[in-house]
Design a protein around this ligand. Structure first.
Ligand SMILES: Nc1ncnc2c1ncn2[C@@H]1O[C@H](COP(=O)(O)OP(=O)(O)O)[C@@H](O)[C@H]1O
Ligand SMILES: [Mg+2]
Length: 236
C-alpha cells in the first residue's frame, strides 16, 4: 500500500470535521473521495500533506508512519498537493510558478527534461510560459497547478476539487489529463471531489464522505452501474 490512513479524525477546536475515516491508495491507483461541500475532503488532503494535524488515527506512506512529520518532509518523501482553487502566485509567470514547485526538492531531477515533459503534456503551458499566472483562464490555471505539483516527480499526487468553477468541457479535459497521468505514466492519484460522476468515471475505487464520516466505499464502475448506489450516494 502506498498510502494507508487508519481511523483518522480531524478537528478545529470544537468542530469535528472528520471522524474515524480509513482509506488507502495502492501504487498505480487513481482513487476518489467524493462528498458535498463541508464533508471534510480538504481537511483529509491537508492532513495527508501535514498541513493540519490529526486528532486521532495514523497515516502511513510506503509503510512508514508519517503522521507526525512536518509538511516539507512529506513533500520530500514524494507527496504533493494540487490545492483547492489552484493557489498560484498571480504575478509570477507560468514558468516561475512551475519552478516554485521544484524549489529545494529533489534537486537531482533534470529540470529541463521535466519541463519538456510537462510542456508536451500541457501544451498551453509552453504558449503561456512568460505570462503572469493571473492572466490565464481557470482551466489553464488548474493545469499550471497540476504541472507545478508534478515538476518534482511525486510518487503520490493529491488533487483538491480540480473541477471547481470550471465549465463542463474543461472539467472533462482536466480529468482526462489526470486519467492519462495515472494510466500512461503510472502516477498514483488521490482526488477529492464534489463532482462525483466525473471523478468516478476516471477512478478505480471511491470513498463516499458525508459530514466527516465515510458511508460507503467500493469499485467506481460498480457505483456508477448501480442505480440504488447512485440514488443513495450521488443523488441521481
Ligand atoms: N480552519 C478551519 N477552522 C474551523 N473549521 C474548519 C476549518 N476548515 C474547515 N472547517 C470545517 O470543517 C468541515 C470540513 O471542511 P472541509 O474539509 O473544508 O470540507 P470540504 O473540503 O469537503 O468542503 C466544515 O464544517 C468546515 O466548516
Ligand atoms: Mg474543500
Amino acid at each position: 500500500m502506498l498510502l494507508n490512513a487508519q481511523d483518522i479524525s480531524i478537528a478545529y477546536g470544537d468542530i469535528q470535521a472528520v471522524s474515524q475515516v480509513s482509506f488507502h491508495v495502492e501504487k498505480g491507483e487513481l482513487i476518489s473521495i467524493i462528498g458535498a461541500n463541508g464533508a471534510g475532503k480538504t481537511s483529509i488532503l491537508n492532513s495527508i500533506m501535514g498541513l493540519v494535524p490529526l486528532k486521532e488515527g495514523k497515516i502511513f506512506f510506503d509503510g512508514k508512519d508519517i503522521s507526525a512529520l512536518p509538511a516539507y518532509k512529506r513533500a520530500k518523501a514524494g507527496i504533493r498537493i494540487v490545492p483547492e482553487r489552484s493557489r498560484l502566485f498571480p504575478r509570477l509567470t507560468v514558468m516561475e510558478n512551475l519552478l516554485v514547485g521544484a524549489y529545494r526538492l529533489r534537486n537531482k531531477i533534470p529540470l529541463q527534461e521535466r519541463i519538456e515533459f510537462l510542456y508536451s503534456f500541457f501544451p498551453i503551458l509552453e504558449k503561456r510560459a512568460s505570462q503572469p499566472a493571473a492572466t490565464l483562464s481557470g482551466g489553464e490555471q488548474q493545469q499550471v497547478a497540476i504541472a507545478r505539483a508534478l515538476i518534482s516527480e511525486p510518487r503520490l499526487l493529491l488533487v483538491d476539487e480540480v473541477s471547481m468553477g470550471l465549465m463542463p468541457k474543461l472539467v472533462d479535459q482536466v480529468f482526462e489529463q489526470l486519467r492519462r497521468l495515472n494510466n500512461d505514466n503510472g502516477l498514483s492519484i488521490l482526488l477529492v471531489e464534489q463532482n462525483a460522476i466525473a471523478s468516478l468515471e476516471i477512478s478505480h475505487r471511491a470513498y463516499v464522505l458525508e459530514t466527516g464520516v465515510c458511508v460507503y466505499h467500493g469499485v467506481a464502475s460498480e457505483i456508477l452501474a448501480d442505480p440504488k448506489l447512485k440514488q443513495a450516494y450521488l443523488g441521481h
